[in-house]
Design a protein around this ligand. Structure first.
Ligand code: CP
Ligand code: NVA
Length: 306
């Protein structure tokens, strides 16, 4: 089988996502029905974390175990990764002792260098630039709740960060639109987002306008991991970019609200929104588990017929 990595959303095609979403539905159904499915018996996932995590670690570790394999957790603090071993050397060694690797790190370049030296598939578990597993789960959640996402409008309110960039890539791959509103100085950078063009997104200075008639409103923290030094300045700059009840009223009546979590109530989102009737944040978090099981199955075994 040809070696395939998942480093950014557009590493997979629309057909591949269609397959993954079908497999996710099946794998989730089987798991909920207590049916054992161990296609990755004896296989080992290595998870490398250079930043903190709750959901990503849990969902990958539980996911590989549920598929019959096991997980090894490495972090920068207590492995040689934090002591200057070249990423290329680490990739050579780690990929000879494991079957698949998930990495959460800083610059996208780090994961690219690792993948270029790896014998096994590498999955991006979040970088400064992208968070593809998150958006795969978000889109699966949208489909589960509302059906096809093609042609729909997603309002992005807040920072043009890794999660925003990945929504923008996903819009190109799956043919929907993103209406993005970011404070001045935090605008989308199409090149950093890895976009092919500007056809699938529009920028709005007023967040209310971005939310108008949207099918889904979504946001994320004002200060991402690695940017903590800018926190105070960001608190001031993002003040008017909170998703609140008025903003949800501007969206379609059946609009969904998503947040990748962890969230800060009273900052990027009002408590009444994240804890209110439009919010699907818990399904979104759970679906990380199911989509990533489909992803690991696909990267290791190819297309399995449902
Ligand atoms: N959404 C997400 O990736 O959460 P963690 O940082 O807890 O992994
Ligand atoms: N944008 C956030 C996402 C956390 C899951 C961060 O990078 O910290």
């Amino acid at each position: 089988m040809q070696l395939k990595h998942y480093l950014q959303f557009n590493d997979l095609t629309r057909d591949e996502y269609q397959h993954l979403f079908e497999r996710t539905r099946r794998i989730k159904e089987q798991f909920k029905a207590y049916q054992t499915y161990h296609p990755l018996h004896d296989r080992t996932l290595v998870m490398i974390f250079e930043k903190a995590s709750t959901r990503t670690r849990l969902s990958f570790e539980a996911g590989i175990q549920q598929l019959g394999g096991s997980a090894i957790y490495l972090n920068t603090r207590d492995s040689q990764l934090g002591r200057g071993e070249p990423v290329e050397d680490a990739a050579q060694v780690i990929s000879r002792m494991s079957d698949i690797v998930m990495i959460r790190t800083f610059e996208q370049e780090i994961i690219e260098r690792f993948a270029a030296n790896s014998r096994v598939p590498v999955i991006n578990g979040l970088t400064n630039e992208y968070h593809p597993c998150q958006i795969m789960a978000d889109i699966y959640t949208y489909i589960e709740q509302r059906g096809c996402i093609k042609g729909k409008t997603i309002a992005w309110i807040g920072d043009s960060n890794n999660v925003c960039n990945t929504w923008l890539q996903a819009a190109e791959v799956l043919d929907f639109n993103v209406h993005a509103s970011t404070p001045p100085g935090y605008e989308v950078e199409p090149e950093r987002a890895g976009l092919y063009g500007t056809d699938h997104y529009e920028e709005f200075t007023d967040p209310m306008e971005a939310a108008r008639d949207a099918d889904l409103v979504t946001t994320d923290v004002w200060t991402s991991m690695g940017f903590e030094a800018e926190n105070e300045e960001r608190m001031r700059d993002f003040e008017d970019w909170q998703v609140d009840a008025d903003m949800m009223r501007a969206a379609k009546p059946d609009a969904l609200f998503m947040h990748c979590l962890p969230a800060h109530r009273g900052e990027e989102v009002a408590a009444e929104v994240i804890d209110g009737p439009h919010s699907v944040v818990w399904d979104e978090a759970e679906n990380r588990l199911h989509v990533q099981k489909a992803l690991m199955e696909y990267l290791l075994l190819g297309k399995i017929e449902t």
